[in-house]
Design a protein around this ligand. Structure first.
Ligand code: CP
Length: 313
């Protein structure tokens, strides 16, 4: 298979295993290219991309922008805080104005779940979801799974633990879909108030005891508490949360086995992970960020190839 089964990347839920494998194989080529002295290829030189960010971002925004530049696309960047959205312009009007400037693809982060899917049904452009509320963050899950595969050789039958604020996490949901499609076993761990009720319907086990869950896993993916999405208190204090669910070197050493430690960022050091773990040899946090560029190049390249088949590697 050399074409994706989808025309937009709205969520991992829509992808089949072959799509994910195609993205990984394409990312392998791009990873080799971006480690050359000349890191640029002309693949998307006839494509114009707008990065639409209605929510803050460091990694995703810069990683997409770099991926687009490495592929020689023309880029414009939109940030809602400095736009006419503050004057009352709707999402569709905003996007249609951008598209009238002959833009082919949109990379969008938005605080509302379903915003990327809504846009794909209402405007004429290829849409890539860069995170929609607490719903999905597909390129994060792809780069996470790619990074695990790079270290462990395969995802099949590996035990992957996701720890923290599962209820509000788009990274958790996209990772659950992605890891399961690749044959991994997924367990989530956190205070019961932050474990959504629907999780059992996704064939994901839950555990509230972090030490027990760590014994089970090959990989621990630590998540940030998403205070910006929490309207009520889900646990008594951050101090208590970090005592029970924060990953410390003491907890890692007690395992007497090697595990990979991941975090999508941004990290709250001392809350969900201590500095000595985040910066330890077990941690692949910066490998995740590095792989994000190659994965996003692969996604952009494969989707552009569907709309403008002139794109060449
Ligand atoms: N992992 C991630 O989405 O980070 P940013 O919010 O900085 O893009």
């Amino acid at each position: 298979m050399n074409k994706l089964s989808v025309n937009h990347l709205l969520g991992i839920k829509d992808l089949i295993k072959d799509d994910i494998e195609l993205i990984f194989n394409t990312a392998d080529n791009f990873k080799e290219i971006i480690n050359r002295p000349i890191k640029k290829v002309p693949s998307l030189r006839d494509i114009t991309i707008c990065n639409l960010f209605f929510e803050n971002s460091t990694r995703t925004k810069l990683s997409f922008e770099l991926a687009e530049k490495r592929l020689s696309a023309d880029i414009i960047n939109f940030s809602s805080s400095s736009s006419s959205v503050s004057k009352g312009e709707t999402l569709i009007d905003t996007v249609n104005n951008i598209l009238s400037m002959k833009v082919d693809m949109l990379v969008m982060r938005h605080p509302n779940a379903g915003a990327a899917a809504f846009l794909s049904k209402n405007v004429n452009a290829t849409i890539i979801n860069a995170g929609d509320g607490a719903h999905e963050h597909p390129t994060q899950a792809l780069l996470d799974a790619y990074s695990i595969k790079e270290k462990l050789g395969t995802l099949k039958d590996k035990n992957i633990l996701i720890v923290g604020d599962i209820l509000h996490s788009r990274v958790a949901l996209s990772n659950i879909f992605c890891l399961q499609k690749l044959g991994a076993n997924v367990k989530v761990c956190g205070p019961s108030t932050l474990l959504p009720k629907y999780i059992s319907s996704l064939q994901v086990e839950t555990e509230t005891d972090l030490n027990k869950a760590l014994q089970w896993c090959d990989v621990a993916m630590m998540l940030r508490i998403q205070l910006e999405r929490q309207q009520i208190k889900y646990f008594p204090s951050l101090r208590e949360y970090s005592m029970l669910y924060g990953l410390t070197l003491q907890k890692v050493k007690k395992l007497n086995k090697e595990i990979l430690i991941m975090h999508p960022g941004p990290i709250n050091r001392g809350v969900e992970i201590t500095s000595d773990v985040a910066d330890s040899k077990h941690s692949i946090i910066l490998n995740q960020v590095e792989n994000g560029v190659a994965i996003r190049m692969a996604v952009l390249y494969l989707l552009a190839g569907k709309t403008k088949p002139t794109a060449t590697l």
